[in-house]
Design a protein. Sequence first.
Length: 479
Amino acid sequence: MEMPIPSDFRIARKSELMSRLRAVLPPECVIDDPMETRAYECDALSAYRCAPLGVVLPYTTEQVATALKICFEMDIPVVPRGAGTSLAGGSLPTADSIILGVARMNDVLETDYANRFVRVQTGRTNLSVTGAVEADGYFYAPDPSSQLACAIAGNIAMNSGGAHCLKYGVTSNNLLGVRLVTMQGEIVDIGGAQLDAAGMDLLGVICGSEGQLGVVTEATLRILHKPEGALPVLIGFDSNEVAGACVSDIIRAGVLPVAIEFMDRPCIRATEEFAKAGYPDCEALLIIEVEGSPLEIEEQLEKIMSIAAAHDPVEVRRANDSDEAARIWLGRKSAFGAMGQINDYMCLDGTIPVSKLPYVLRRIGEMSQQFGLGVGNVFHAGDGNMHPLILYNANEPGQLELCEQFGAEILKLCVEVGGCLTGEHGVGIEKRDLMDHQFAPDDLEAQMAIKDVFDPKWLLNPAKVFPLAASERRRDQGL
Ligand SMILES: Cc1cc2nc3c(=O)[nH]c(=O)nc-3n(C[C@H](O)[C@H](O)[C@H](O)COP(=O)(O)OP(=O)(O)OC[C@H]3O[C@@H](n4cnc5c(N)ncnc54)[C@H](O)[C@@H]3O)c2cc1C
């Protein structure tokens, strides 16, 4: 993966930068010991690493603003970071940048049940937002599989989704407002505490902007009443394509389960060895969860089972209590970890129209043969958000490059069938050079013009999102 050549001029200013930051921030907020900055060299796309100049971990929005003002004055690039679980290299630093992490900013600032929102500092983990309100019968809906670790900051930047987003939508559908600090150190409030705020919908620009426009320090999030009940059913099939066709038929029939998750044989096998969830021996399985009152659950399950029956399932397993439900979810929730135990892998992320699932799954199987690399599929099938896991050997020269080529072909296929390069993991460094397969030059120009306004020197999160050559030209102009 090509990255910009780091600036010797900036690297030479490291000690001046650190002294200026230390003069205005608490001592523990500024880190430049190489042993301590190691933890920030990469995110969950761990094939790519780079040591930053230093790391700043503020407690408050005002401290974020102070740090950004100094970096702006000194022309130092800044990489915003939540928990570092990005699978697209979104929080990968460059050697001449600092990481600005919000991990210490994890307080709940306001809870308002009458108006159904919670306001948090963005370093708070996704799961602990629900943790703060669940005793009162509420929850925060977007649920990335990384929710135990990932922060609301990264969720907003990547417009993250999760298993239950089929029904509740992704982060942008559950975000009401943000407090954002610009690269110049200005603090701005965008959106509010209601579904629609006065003025232009800038919130839609910020959510999914991958740390390109500012550092988000606070978020107002919509919370929902917990449903009366929920029940998953597991359905096994003898081919990926048939399972894909079943998903497409369920969506076409107008049933709206809360989640439809897909796993193929390589993932089922790895998961069984790892988590022993008791999954059936089959080529592909779907986990479909419905929720509501007991009557609503029965009605939805009946429809789903009858659609599935038309696809000759090899197994149908319905959870009858919370223990059985937890066992059905156990394998799916451990799938990424389980695959990591048996192989190096690169997790892709693209979205396709649900009706194209059978075709795309078949083509991925064929490409796997052509490239000679194994692939496992585990993904949110209900909204067409695919996650092929390409298996490779990181220690064998050339395998990473082959894996990247295979990944690029899969993502181009997603665009070809009418889908898009990004699902929920964003663009980061992983997909930036494929952006011109999705967008015409004018479209990309319009997107970069938005960054010009928020970040005129192009210092925020360099070398991400936009094709490298285009963003390098912009950076040269900006300085
Ligand atoms: C095992 C596993 C499972 C996953 N499952 C899912 C899933 O189901 N759904 C899903 O959507 N994702 C998933 N992910 C990907 C990842 O967890 C999400 O992208 C998540 O939102 C990243 O959050 P983070 O706090 O770790 O962000 P980071 O990795 O720290 O950063 C991600 C991006 O956000 C930017 N950013 C971080 N903080 C800020 C800030 N304060 N202001 C502005 N920009 C900022 C960064 O610069 C970077 O571009 C998974 C990852 C793993 C490892």
